[in-house]
Design a protein around this ligand. Sequence first.
Ligand code: PLP
Length: 456
Amino acid sequence: MSTITNHMPTAELQALDAAHHMHPFSANGPLGKEGARVITRAKGVYLTDSEGEEILDAMAGLWCVNIGYGRDELADAAARQMRELPYYNTFFKTTHVPAIALAAKLAELAPGDLNHVFFAAGGSEANDTNIRLVRTYWAEKGHADKNIIISRKNAYHGSSVGSASLGGMVGMHAQGGIPIPNIHHINQPNWWAEGGDMTPEEFGLARARELEEAIQELGEDRVAAFIAEPVQGAGGVIVAPETYWPEIQRICDKYDILLIADEVICGFGRTGNWFGSQTVGIRPDIMTIAKGLSSGYAPIGGSIVNDEIAEVIGNTEFNHGYTYSGHPVAAAVALENLRILEEEKIVEHVRDVAAPYLKQKWEALADHPLVGEAKIVGMMASIALTPDKASRAKFASEPGTIGYICRDRCFGNNLIMRHVGDRLIISPPLVLTLSDIDEMFERILKSLDEAQADII
Ligand code: PLP
């Protein structure tokens, strides 16, 4: 077979892709016939495809390329580390400098007493770690039955068996025999779709109190932890009403339930603080991290745990770990990424410059005839599509049909925006400039207008 390169005709690349490559979260049969778009290069906030089209990536890949594409410093950090020590593990009484330095840096950045890091290769693995961490923690404290983890419907915590069980995605639970036992799901704080006649504030409290009801029903001595994303990402960028998180924190404190904040999307500046937990005002015992940790340049994730959990787990041999836990190349890349985030004040750029400008424009989208609510936290945002704002009505078509039409129009206009059912979402690179934002809005409005014409 001849060498496959960027210079081959798109159709040939697509044919080989269809013949051999199984895409995640895709119906590979129809996708193969349609042909996947071949991305060849990227720089800043723009992708280039095999036809030479420039695409504005308003999703930062999969919510991960926080510092933008094409930063040579990360490539150099990877090459340096590969030459010096491409791989070694940290299992059997060994360690190495990139893992030490990254763990220490994360302990410095993470709030409160979150001072200890267990590394993984991504968010799913890290959440699997969390399941075993919290159950082992309680077992070590003499409460082996305190092993139920409460999560939320429509949450996304990853795609491995354990993390997908924590997640609350109906479509995922329909395949492959999940959830595993002792995971319990309560309702999500999605006021637009489920708030009924309640005010957002009433609804936020009611949904938080479902956690208390679940604990009382399952038994305080059975519930180990509650896990949630500070802002639900893959569920459609669902921003909880302001009353929600203080009540969740109160309940976790009252019943001695560990709080796991899944920061895989919200971490590393996305919400205008280093961590989403700081934005929503919670004190997690464990944080899941991945994605923005390396800006997606290398696969790395982890669990940051507090002093108490680390001490208790430290009393036993924790029979858990991955070949790539603390991978030196990925750790070196992550360290360089954190250096750039810090030295270039990218979190401050989000908080003081980009997010306020984006917010003002985003919220104005609610004036478009197709749009109901427009929600935004930092650099993650969503709009709910509706045929009638006043009643928050759903479209008569199969859920997701209108969202898909809009997303397709965006794709056609060289804008990557995602749809979750009939919500459209963005999560752009954090380095988006104000003129990038203007350009993005031109494409969004054009796509929405075209979609509206398609629907009528
Ligand atoms: N947790 C959250 C909140 C996520 O959004 C994701 C991925 O999108 C994951 C966990 C899983 O991370 P990964 O895909 O790196 O396994």
